[in-house]
Design a protein around this ligand. Structure first.
Ligand SMILES: [Zn+2]
Length: 89
């Protein structure tokens, strides 16, 4: 990696690490301060809550499969093989 690309990458990485450390270690003296803190609001609203209830499955027959015999009609002539047919007596 070139040196001019390395320094901005290190600066961005250090900013990210400082931000993570500041967000995870901050605390509030009172409960009222935490209700107006945007970091705490984002942390508590990001957790998903289940919104659906499982339902029982419905089993119903929608049709019956019928088998049909498939017979290919083969046609094979001696001329298809490129050989001469048997002699006719
Ligand atoms: Zn907070």
């Amino acid at each position: 990696m070139r040196s001019w690309m390395r320094w901005p990458a290190l600066v961005c990485l250090s900013l990210l690490l400082w931000t993570v450390a500041a967000e995870s270690t901050h605390n509030h003296a009172s409960q009222t301060e935490s209700t107006s803190c945007t970091i705490c609001l984002a942390a508590h609203t990001a957790s998903p809550a289940p919104t659906s209830t499982p339902t029982t499955p419905v089993f119903a027959a929608i049709g019956v499969a019928h088998e049909e015999a498939v017979v290919a009609k083969a046609r094979l002539d001696s001329s298809d093989l490129g050989i001469r047919g048997p002699p006719v007596l």
